[in-house]
Write a protein that binds this ligand. Structure first.
Ligand SMILES: *[C@@H]1O[C@H](CO)[C@@H](O)[C@H](O)[C@H]1NC(C)=O
Ligand SMILES: *[C@@H]1O[C@H](CO)[C@@H](O)[C@H](O)[C@H]1NC(C)=O
Ligand SMILES: *[C@@H]1O[C@H](CO)[C@@H](O)[C@H](O)[C@H]1NC(C)=O
Ligand SMILES: *[C@@H]1O[C@H](CO)[C@@H](O)[C@H](O)[C@H]1NC(C)=O
Length: 264
C-alpha cells in the first residue's frame, strides 16, 4: 500500500500538461489550397457543424467525428481534411466546438485559451455526439488534431466512441490522462506524433507508450512518429516540401487503417 502510494506520488509529480503550441509554431500553407471544400455547414442540435458525405454509398450507422485544431472551421485545411475522411467512405462531422471563435492565424493562443476550456468546449461537442446517436449512428470514430487530441482522449476515457485517433495532441496530461484511459476505457487509441513537436514531444510520446504500449492496453493502441515534421503536420503541409506532404498523408493513412481495423 505504502509503496503504491509512493509510486502514485512520483507519477503525480512527473505529470505534465502538454502545452498548447503557439500560433506562430503552426505552419500555414503559403499557397491557397487548390481544392475547394466539398461539404456543407449544417446546424446540428444548435451547433454549426461542417458535414462532408461520401459521394457513393456509405454506412449511416458509422460516423467520423473530426475534432479540429484551434483554427477551426474558418481554416480551409480543416474542411479539406474532413473531405478526405468523407472520400475514404465515412460520413464526416466537424463540429464548431470553438463556439464561433476560432483562433485567427497569428492570434494569441494564451489569451484565446481562457475562453476555450473544457467548460466551454464540451457542451457543443456532446450536443453533436448525442444528435448523431439519436439519428442512428451506432459507432463514432473520432479523429482529433492538436486541441482536438484532448477531447478525443476525453471521449475515449468516457467510452463515448468506438475508436479514437489523434495527431499531435495538446492540453492533455501525460501520463495521467492515459492512465485514466487504461483504468476505465475499452476504446482503442491511435496517436500520430511529430519528431519536432515542442508540445507533445517524442519524450512524452514514449512516456505514453509506457502506459499503453506493449500490450498493456488490450482494447488496442498504436503510435507512429513522423520524423522531420513539427506540430500541426497532420493538418497542414507545405506543398513544396515532400517530407511534410508524405507525413500528412502518412498520418491520415495510419489513422484510417486503425479506424477500419477497430470498427465492427
Ligand atoms: C463554414 O463555416 C465556417 C465558419 O463560419 C466558414 O469559415 C466556412 O467558410 C464555411 N464553409 C462552408 C463550406 O460553408
Ligand atoms: C498573449 O496573451 C497573454 C495573456 O493575455 C499575454 O500575457 C501575452 O503578453 C500575450 N502575448 C503576446 C505576444 O501578445
Ligand atoms: C467525460 O466525463 C467527465 C466525467 O463525467 C465529464 O466531466 C466530461 O465532461 C466528459 N467529457 C466528455 C468530452 O465526454
Ligand atoms: C515550403 O517548402 C519550400 C521547399 O522546401 C521552401 O522553399 C519554402 O520556404 C517553404 N515555405 C514555408 C512557408 O515554410
Amino acid at each position: 500500500m505504502q509503496l503504491f502510494a509512493f509510486i502514485s506520488l512520483l507519477t503525480a509529480v512527473r505529470a505534465i500538461v502538454v502545452p498548447a503550441v503557439d500560433s506562430s509554431g503552426h505552419f500555414h500553407s503559403p499557397v491557397p489550397l487548390d481544392v475547394a471544400p466539398q461539404g456543407k455547414n449544417v446546424t446540428i442540435n444548435g451547433v454549426l457543424t461542417y458535414v462532408s458525405l461520401p459521394k457513393g454509398k456509405f454506412d449511416p450507422t458509422i460516423a467520423v467525428l473530426m475534432l479540429t485544431d484551434v483554427f477551426g472551421l474558418p481554416s480551409p485545411d480543416n474542411l479539406v481534411l474532413a473531405d478526405q475522411w468523407a472520400a475514404a467512405g465515412f460520413a464526416t462531422f466537424a463540429p464548431d466546438y470553438l463556439n464561433g471563435d476560432a483562433l485567427p492565424t497569428g492570434g494569441n493562443i494564451t489569451a484565446w485559451a481562457v475562453n476555450h476550456g473544457e467548460a466551454q468546449t464540451t457542451p457543443p461537442l456532446l450536443a453533436v455526439v448525442s444528435a448523431l446517436k439519436s439519428r442512428g449512428v451506432k459507432q463514432i470514430a473520432t479523429t482529433g488534431y492538436c486541441f482536438g487530441g484532448l477531447y478525443t482522449t476525453r471521449l475515449v476515457q468516457n467510452n463515448t466512441i468506438a475508436v479514437g485517433t489523434m495527431a499531435h495532441p495538446s492540453s492533455l496530461n501525460v501520463p495521467t490522462d492515459f492512465e485514466l484511459v487504461k483504468a476505465q476505457s475499452h476504446v482503442p487509441v491511435e496517436i500520430n506524433n511529430a519528431e519536432l513537436d515542442t508540445g507533445f514531444t517524442p519524450a512524452l510520446a514514449v512516456e505514453t507508450d509506457g502506459v499503453l504500449g506493449d500490450g498493456q492496453y488490450p482494447p488496442g493502441y498504436f503510435r507512429r512518429q513522423f520524423d522531420g515534421v513539427g506540430h500541426g503536420f497532420a493538418v497542414r503541409a507545405n506543398a513544396s516540401d515532400p517530407v511534410q506532404v508524405a507525413a500528412k498523408q502518412g498520418a491520415f493513412d495510419t489513422s484510417l487503417a486503425f479506424i477500419k481495423k477497430h470498427l465492427k
